[in-house]
Design a protein around this ligand. Structure first.
Ligand code: SAH
Length: 348
């Protein structure tokens, strides 16, 4: 098992293999290194050198770095990592800096089975679930200054519920991130939302809505055929009642598809009773979907229409488009290294 998949006893067993008969505090040092300092045992100078060497390979990291890119042209710094897992599957994580916060966006699956046509991950299809350790490792390797984690990378977190929730527990209990700094984003898997409502950690819930009438949502977000809007609204209501957390709805504005005045009216009517906050973002272009993101004037008009209907709304700036790191662009591949791209360090 990989390093961040081990519990304390398994870490102690690994330390014992590396240094038979070592005192118990060695295992505590390794654990503190992994979770408080976020460094591997090989970097822990408090350990004797032979032990560090032995622990560098066992327990090993889950992912090899296949590509790392940075961009600052978009106003904040955005960083993207493409990871190659032990079986060759690739996943991505993105780190976004804003004043006073560093948010890492992690993947929960390699690929995704939800088949939303406008999303690059959905276009690629499903490869496999990630383990809790593979999810947690993305946070650890994003660095020590991470303040917030969003489960909004590749995959559908609630379709990999147990591993996602095990990662939430680790991030909360061992990394020390409070539940209000953790956000799970879902297409709207109703039984998963209900399970979350029963957990004792009230994380933030974001639902990728994109349409507020069933006919359009059936097309854009196919899981809507199984969990239609009325059932989704009821589960959201239960989540808000159980946790008292603010719910948010994600809405990628697609020109001529879901940016009409009637869409704004339907969205406001859906969001208002749940006191949900709407996050608008123009659709990011992906290779497999011919629709354009709504132009800036249409984004403003849609925002104003929502406000006039009494909904709370923020327009989000797409970040990292130039390194294919923006919402919906994660496909587990490094973009072509062409002129004008941010510096990239890629290994295959
Ligand atoms: N499966 C989860 C989490 C991953 S997607 C979910 O659907 O919520 C993260 C967010 O990016 C979702 O809100 C998703 O709908 C949105 N997204 C997907 N493709 C997009 C695109 N091309 N442009 C903008 N947002 C997109």
């Amino acid at each position: 098992m990989a390093r961040y998949d081990l519990d304390r006893d398994a870490v102690a067993a690994a330390v014992d293999r590396a240094a038979p008969g070592a005192p118990r505090y060695r295992a505590d040092q390794v654990w503190e290194g992994l979770y408080r300092l976020r460094v591997g045992p090989d970097e822990l100078t408090s350990l004797p050198l032979p032990v560090r060497r032995a622990l560098a390979a066992d327990p090993a990291l889950a992912a090899a770095l296949s590509c790392e890119q940075e961009v600052s042209a978009d106003g904040g710094a955005t960083r993207k990592w493409v990871w190659r897992l032990a079986d060759g599957a690739r996943v991505e994580s993105v780190l976004m800096y804003a004043p006073g916060r560093a948010t890492v966006c992690v993947s929960t699956q390699a690929g995704c089975a939800m088949a939303c046509g406008f999303c690059a991950t959905g276009q690629a299809g499903f490869t496999r679930h990630l383990t809790p350790g593979e999810i947690v490792e993305q946070v650890a390797r994003a660095g020590r200054d991470v303040t917030h984690v969003v489960f909004m990378g590749m995959g559908e977190p609630l379709a990999n519920y147990d591993a996602t929730w095990a990662a939430v527990r680790r991030l909360h209990g061992d990394f020390g991130l409070s539940a209000r700094r953790l956000t799970i984003s879902t297409v709207g898997i109703v039984p998963g939302i209900r399970r979350m409502a029963d957990e004792d950690l009230p994380v933030n819930l974001a639902v990728s809505l994109h349409a507020a009438d069933d006919a359009l949502r059936d097309e854009l977000v196919p899981i809507n055929r199984r969990y239609p809007l009325a059932a989704l609204a009821a589960a959201c209501r239960d989540y808000v009642d159980a946790t008292h957390r603010r719910l948010s709805f994600e809405w990628a504005l697609m020109a001529g598809v879901n940016d009409r005045p009637s869409d704004a009216a339907a969205l406001a009517a859906f969001a208002r009773p749940l006191a949900a906050h709407v996050n608008l973002i123009p659709l990011n272009p992906t290779p497999g979907y011919p629709v354009q993101g709504s132009p800036p004037a249409a984004v403003r008009a849609f925002r104003d229409a929502l406000r006039s209907h009494g909904a709370n709304v923020t327009v989000r700036r797409p970040r990292g488009r130039d390194i294919d790191a923006a919402c919906g662009q994660l496909a587990g591949q490094a973009p072509p290294r062409s002129a004008g791209r941010a510096p990239a360090t890629c290994h295959t």
